[in-house]
Design a protein around this ligand. Structure first.
Ligand code: GLY
Length: 426
């Protein structure tokens, strides 16, 4: 009897175990599958986006941006650095307008040129021309390296689309102004004139972006002086700003008399040895573009190495939009930088055309970034004064433009979309 009772208890226990074990097992299996799909393959599950969807959204938003910008300039025409001309950001919930001297003044006209390129419509052409004309005065401003950002993104994009000899002259004059900042002893163009207590002659990773203006100036004039300086600058940047893992510092300081390297710093990143996210994206874009103009294998190799650094970074979120600095210890409780993602996507599309055995991989990653940004980071329809994307970060250490819409995130987003269109039309 005892045995029987014991057996019965055992049987009851076994069937109870069975009854709870199998559902528990299924539950555990479900959780494991969910965990795997949330980590490894999250980026693969981002739904696709078409160029048409992006451009339809952009046309609706940018009409608003034009009107809001015009209205804001009418209310407040002058800054203490010259007349307001274009929009840069949303700061503290307000549209932030800027004079032509601002490093971002070329992006809004550039966006309007992209819209004209896509639609062929006079509306975009007229507004693109009007916003481009405002920036011409920068062609003689030798006080900054940002000439490429300002003039190439406006006049340069315009000249690609309309054969206006005046645009060509502005590009060439701007390039002549920019090369006055080249120091042959250092082998680079001086980036900034500020913070001379920290560095004597600074060269920053962003400066790679200004080389496109110089390469174009040589194409237009046949004068190799611009090309030679651009190539030397790009080589010096590899030597002094990159680490062994192909991540980059933000700022290198030099003694301008001897050419000696005196500092490897950050300005916008978390700390000197950290990886400021937009800086990594500028570097990638800069070397892809330098390879386009020169065909030098060293630049293609550099671009591929930077791409690997970015795409394999353990702190890159599954949605492929980085936090503002890959090394911010507060991740994930810190700001994203969508601009770093859109610059990267645009560069990867071009890199995918350069005949490496990774072409399909680069194209696929660029597609994923574009889709992620479109689905997860775009403005609600009609919101954000017509800006396209939210959640970029301009300068976190100085406490401004954190987690906001920024014009250059939108510019590279649309450039990337048009590159995708060209690629897929082949
Ligand atoms: N070129 C300035 C910046 O990327 O914030």
């Amino acid at each position: 009897m005892k045995n029987n009772v014991f057996t019965q208890v055992q049987l009851n226990f076994r069937s109870a175990l069975k009854a709870s074990f199998y559902p528990a097992l299924l539950l555990m299996l479900g959780f494991s599958l969910l965990a795997v799909s949330c980590t490894k393959s999250d980026s693969q599950r981002i739904p696709d986006v078409t160029v048409e969807e992006i451009m339809d959204f952009a046309s609706q938003q940018l009409v608003i941006l034009i009107d809001e910008t015009d209205a804001a300039i009418e209310r407040n025409p002058m800054s203490n650095r010259g007349p307001h001309v274009n929009s840069r950001a949303v700061r503290d919930g307000e549209l932030f307008i800027i004079p032509s001297r601002d490093w971002t003044s070329g992006f809004m006209p550039g966006l309007l040129w992209f819209m004209y390129e896509y639609t062929g419509e006079t509306y975009w052409l007229e507004h693109a021309k009007r916003h481009t004309a405002h920036i011409e005065r920068e062609k003689t401003n030798a006080g900054t390296h940002d000439m490429g950002f300002k003039i190439y993104c406006s006049f340069g994009q315009g000249y690609r689309l309309v054969d206006d000899p005046h645009y060509r002259d502005v590009i060439v004059e701007s390039a002549r102004t920019l090369i006055t900042r080249f120091n042959p002893t250092v082998g680079a163009i001086r980036s900034w004139d500020h913070n001379t207590d920290r560095w004597d002659f600074p060269v920053i990773i962003d400066n790679m972006m200004n080389l496109e203006l110089l390469f174009r100036a040589t194409q237009i004039t046949g004068d190799s002086v611009f090309y030679d300086i651009a190539v030397e600058h790009a080589r010096t940047t590899i030597d002094v700003l990159f680490r062994d893992d192909y991540s980059s510092y933000h700022v290198a300081g030099f003694n301008p008399e001897t050419g000696e390297l005196t500092a490897q710093h950050t300005h916008q990143g978390a700390f000197h040895a950290s990886n400021w996210a937009r800086g990594q994206a500028w570097g990638l874009y800069g070397y892809v573009m330098s390879y386009r103009f020169t065909g030098y294998a060293e630049f293609l190799q550099q671009a591929e190495n930077i791409a690997e650094f970015i795409l394999n970074h353990p702190n890159l979120p599954a949605d492929l939009v980085p936090f503002w600095d890959y090394d911010d210890p507060n991740q994930p409780n810190t700001a994203r930088d969508v601009s770093a993602a859109t610059i990267t996507a645009s560069a990867l599309y071009e890199l995918s055309t350069m005949g490496t055995n990774q072409s399909a991989y680069y194209k696929n990653k660029a597609d994923q970034i574009l889709a992620s940004v479109y689905h997860n980071f775009r403005s609600a329809d009609g919101e954000n004064f017509g800006f396209l994307l939210e959640r970029s970060t301009g300068h976190l250490p100085h406490g401004y433009e954190i987690d906001v819409p920024l014009i250059y995130a939108d510019y590279y987003f649309i450039e990337a979309a048009l590159r995708k269109q060209r690629l897929e039309a082949r």
